[in-house]
Design a protein around this ligand. Structure first.
Ligand code: ADP
Ligand code: MG
Length: 191
């Protein structure tokens, strides 16, 4: 459960980016923030993994105030898919998918299994694991961005405009994929 209690964020210089926002996202639920550019969507999301802290109000995850959790610990539990994919160009798809498991010191053999299982989940051939990001289409790269967020088996996945740069058809199929993954994996997805 993610709970916002009258959360506001005022940036240095006085810009009020988020104004007394309250909502709850239950475990297994998928929630979307919809708003015009500059309306505070990214700021709201960045407060969930403490990349930025609220000026006022409280955020709870599973009833715990997140200011009581070490930010590094917190981020281990939370995946983040950024706008425009953010794959590392010099790493293979396999290395990209398993970046977080590697940081968590999961053995290589297990990391390979994870990469193989996840690429099947998005219906892409296993051979693609040994390619580099620029050898994949935009839609394929974005699929990899999504499964990379799943690879560390985190409970919460934040996605900041993950479909922004895609054509409408690719966007539709990726949206269906994410809905399907949400049902199957019971993650709390946050777009
Ligand atoms: P969105 O993601 O909905 O486009 P943002 O959360 O990025 O909106 O931004 C909300 C408002 O806060 C905007 O007016 C933006 O210019 C401002 N803002 C965002 N980040 C900062 C920052 N680090 N410092 C000052 N102002 C910021
Ligand atoms: Mg934004």
């Amino acid at each position: 459960m993610i709970k916002f209690q009258e959360v506001s964020k005022i940036y240095k210089g006085g810009k009020k980016a988020v104004d007394e926002v309250s909502f709850t996202v239950e475990t297994g639920e998928m929630a979307c923030l919809i708003g015009t550019s500059g309306s505070g969507k990214t700021t709201t999301m960045r407060m969930i993994n403490r990349m930025t802290d609220p000026t006022k109000g409280k955020i709870l995850i599973d009833n715990q105030d997140i200011t009581e959790v070490n930010p590094v610990e917190l981020r281990r539990k939370i995946g983040y898919v950024i706008q425009n994919i953010g794959l590392m160009p010099h790493m293979t798809i396999r290395e990209n998918i398993t970046v977080v498991p590697k940081l968590l010191k999961i053995p290589q053999e297990e990391r390979n299994k994870t990469a193989e299982r996840l690429i099947q989940l998005v219906e892409m051939p296993e051979e693609m694991l040994d390619r580099y990001p620029n050898e994949l289409s935009g839609g394929q790269q974005q699929r990899i961005g999504v499964i990379r967020a799943l690879a560390a088996d985190q409970d919460i996945i934040l996605m900041d405009e993950p479909f922004g740069a895609l054509d409408p058809i690719t966007r539709d199929s990726l949206q269906d994929l994410i809905k399907d993954l949400n049902k199957r994996l019971k993650k709390r997805l946050f777009l």
